[in-house]
Each structure stands twice: as C-alpha cells, then as structure tokens.
Design a protein around this ligand. Structure first.
Ligand code: HEC
Length: 110
C-alpha cells in the first residue's frame, strides 16, 4: 500500500487524515527495527530523527514519501544505506518508515 504523497500532504494540511492507529508492522519487522534502527532512532546523541518525535518527522515529510524511501535505501548523511539492515526487504523498510512517520500524520493540536 502506498500513500500518495499528494494526499498525505493535503491530509496533513487540512488535518483531515485519520491517524493510522498503528502502522502495519509484523513482529519480524518490529524485531528488525529493534536490532537495526533503534540504535540511532531511539538514541538522543545521534542526529537521527527519533521515534515518536512528531515535529522531526513532519519536517521530513515535506520532501515526500518516495524521497524518504530512497534516502533510507541509499543512505543520507548519518543514515547508512538500508539503516544497516541487510536483512530488510524494501517492503520491510516501507513498513518501518510508515511506523516512523505515523506520529507526523496524526492530527495536530499544538
Ligand atoms: C547509524 C545510525 C542509524 C541507523 C542504524 C538507522 N538510521 Fe535512519 N537515520 C539516521 C540519521 C542520522 C538520519 C538523518 C539523516 C539526515 O537527513 O541528515 C536518519 C534518517 C532516517 C530517515 C529519514 C530519511 C529522510 O529522507 O529524511 C528514515 C525514514 C530512516 N532514517 C529510517 C531508518 C530505518 C527504517 C532504519 C533501520 C532499518 C534506520 N533508519 C537505521 C541514522 C540511522
């Protein structure tokens, strides 16, 4: 399942998009997240946007979902290609990206 970037942007702008209660992540994907991504994405001392940091992910969302996926696969600055997750398929990475982006898609009340 792909969100259209356009619809995401409009949904966020209008605050109309219902937050994905939980992104669809399998237990295996959750394990990949813990083993590979959280060492940076749950660590204050890295420049990685942290899990649950709504503002950080909202800022990232501006560049579009496809670009975010590409940066995750190819790497960008301190983000290593595939986030060091050699066992991750593109489907896994997509699911984990959706999980990371989920807070940014929630209705904003701040
Ligand atoms: C070695 C540390 C590290 C690991 C491991 C890591 N990341 Fe990252 N990640 C970063 C940093 C640092 C950034 C910010 C890069 C930038 O934009 O300067 C980032 C950015 C991202 C972004 C935003 C990309 C964008 O275009 O803005 C996503 C999505 C992401 N990581 C997903 C993941 C996933 C999924 C995993 C595990 C499979 C993972 N990362 C593992 C450090 C890490």
């Amino acid at each position: 399942m792909h969100f259209s970037t356009f619809n995401v942007a409009i949904g966020v702008a209008l605050g109309l998009m219902a937050p994905p209660a939980t992104a669809q992540v399998t237990p295996q994907q959750m394990q990949l997240l813990v083993n590979n991504c959280l060492q940076c994405h749950a660590a204050e001392n890295t420049s990685a946007p942290l899990m649950g940091d709504k503002q950080a992910w909202q800022a990232r969302l501006q560049k579009g979902r496809n670009q975010i996926l590409r940066n995750t696969v190819e790497g960008i600055n301190g983000m290593p290609p595939m986030g060091y997750c050699s066992a991750c398929t593109e489907q896994d990475l997509n699911a984990l990206i959706d999980l990371m982006l989920a807070p940014a898609l929630e209705e904003s009340n701040d």
